[in-house]
Design a protein around this ligand. Structure first.
Ligand code: HEM
Length: 87
């Protein structure tokens, strides 16, 4: 938390950064109340993004693998497609 705060405070003018992130756009958004642009809020949002993006994807992949292992025919089709794509 302290590290994030330090990073944000030391950033200064970020209008020309090479790699803009969702947080730069949030900071620049005029319709977003200033109270919603705090380090605490951004830290919470980044945790939410991380969880929303990882648990969902992991569950989708795990489910797909289970169904594929139960379905020899479709598993074979997928393996052939992967083989063709990487060779
Ligand atoms: C298989 C993968 C995924 C599934 C099944 C999934 C599913 C969903 C669903 C159903 C919602 C709507 C929840 C609601 O409005 O009640 C949602 C919202 C959201 N998802 Fe995903 N998601 C996936 C991947 C991701 C990834 C990769 C990210 C970000 C890196 C992400 C970020 C978000 C965020 C930020 C919201 C909230 C959007 C809002 O505020 O309206 N999701 N997701």
């Amino acid at each position: 938390m302290a590290k994030i705060k330090e990073k944000i405070n030391s950033r200064g003018d970020y209008s020309n950064v090479k790699h803009r992130t969702i947080f730069h756009d949030l900071l620049d958004n005029r319709s977003l109340p200033e109270g919603d642009k705090s380090v605490k809020r951004f830290s919470q949002e980044s945790q939410l993004l991380l969880v929303a993006g990882t648990v969902t994807t992991a569950t989708a992949l795990a489910s797909a693998i289970v169904y594929l292992l139960l379905d020899e025919k479709r598993l074979q089709v997928l393996l052939e497609e992967l083989e063709a794509a990487v060779s």
